[in-house]
Design a protein around this ligand. Structure first.
Ligand code: SAH
Length: 356
């Protein structure tokens, strides 16, 4: 595999700076008091991918900046467009690892599915992302760059929603995820409304408590999958000890503080959790929790020996949960024809690159 030309250089990337952190640029020779704000707007708002784009900075200042910083850490590698309009965006990181993000248009919404790690340590039995374990955390900048790249992919169609549902477990990389959310929501950063951002997590009670302390009122989604702790530990082997009661209690406290209703995600697999009694067990568990249940029919993944549920089973589960007073939605699979549904693309792209 050929190393990219700049692989040896490891200058700090501007996308990794917190919004206020751009102030350090005032120390670069030739910088003026307004330079940090000017560069910050180029990087976060005007989509500059190199210093040469920053045409209202003097050439001398651009050269001084380029001696000390890179603008971005990764570079776009490929875009795979599905018949249904879903766009898989593959990025090469500066260590030649590969990540994906997926842009999903649906009605008036254009949702970006963001990765937080290369791979994942939780290794849910149904999921492609954890098949090779976790390789490393993404930096805040590598997370932000997924948003910048997606904005550039379809410039005429602004993104409306952002979900941390790509590869990785966000609570295993919380500092970078929270730093990225700060830049995303900051009025001088990307200016995205917090309610448009969803963090999806396997929901360790401590991690949910920590998320509940964060001021930014993003949406929280819990990957529940099974109605019992034993069932969850079997389906999510890298989870460690499950304590659903404590997790739901922490989520309830967060609801009281932020008013943000919880989403419960259930990946539905034939013969695993698609029986009436499974739905009744979920209903008992979630009774009184201000939650929306999102039923996600399992997307087949090469090499994973599970089966997608029948549509009739999904409909039956929906009815049981609704009768128990829960709000329910069913997720439609997207992007299956180009393999961008739920973590498939990165592995394929990595294999094509001779990795993984
Ligand atoms: N680690 C976090 C976020 C990434 S997964 C979490 O587990 O919540 C985002 C969602 O996609 C999770 O609910 C996950 O269970 C689901 N998912 C992963 N692989 C899937 C597949 N093959 N089919 C359907 N949903 C899947």
């Amino acid at each position: 595999m050929g190393a990219s030309p700049n692989a040896g250089e490891r200058l700090p990337a501007l996308t990794d700076l917190p919004v206020d952190g751009f102030a350090v640029l005032a120390d670069v020779p030739g910088a003026r008091s307004f330079t940090p704000g000017q560069v910050r707007r180029w990087v976060l708002q005007r989509g500059a991918s190199g210093f040469e784009d920053m045409t209202d900075l003097s050439k001398a200042l651009r050269a001084e900046l380029a001696l000390r910083y890179r603008v971005r850490r990764g570079s776009p590698l490929a875009a795979h467009e599905s018949q249904d309009g879903t766009l898989g965006l593959v990025t090469r990181l500066d260590d030649d690892r590969i990540i994906e993000s997926v842009l999903i248009p649906e009605g008036d919404r254009r949702t970006l599915c963001i990765s937080s790690q290369v791979g994942c340590a939780v290794a849910c039995r149904f999921c492609a992302s954890g098949l090779d374990g976790v390789e490393r955390n993404l930096s805040a900048g590598e997370i932000i760059e997924q948003v910048l790249t997606a904005r550039e992919a379809r410039p005429g169609e602004p993104l409306t929603n952002y979900v941390f549902m790509g590869s990785g477990e966000p609570t295993h990389n919380l500092p970078a995820v929270l730093a990225a959310i700060d830049t995303m929501t900051h009025p001088d950063g990307l200016g995205i409304g917090a309610r448009r951002i969803t963090v999806s997590t396997v929901g360790h009670p401590d991690a949910v408590r920590r998320l509940a302390e964060v001021e930014v009122p993003f949406q929280l989604a819990l990957s529940m999958h099974m109605p019992t702790d034993k069932g969850r530990e079997a389906v999510m082997p890298g989870l460690g000890r499950s304590d659903v009661a404590a997790t739901l209690e922490a989520a309830r406290e967060r609801f009281e503080r932020t008013g943000r209703r919880l989403t419960i995600e259930v990946v539905v697999m034939a013969g695993v959790n698609d029986r009436d009694e499974d739905a009744r067990a979920f209903a008992r568990l979630l009774k009184g929790t201000p939650a929306l249940v999102n039923l996600i029919p399992w997307n087949p993944v090469d090499g994973i020996d599970l089966a997608a549920p029948d549509a009739t089973r999904i409909a039956a589960l929906e009815v049981i949960l609704q009768r128990a007073g829960l709000a329910v939605t069913v997720r439609r699979p997207r992007g299956q024809d180009v393999g961008v549904a739920c973590g498939q693309l990165r592995r394929r792209a990595s294999r094509a690159e001779g990795r993984g």
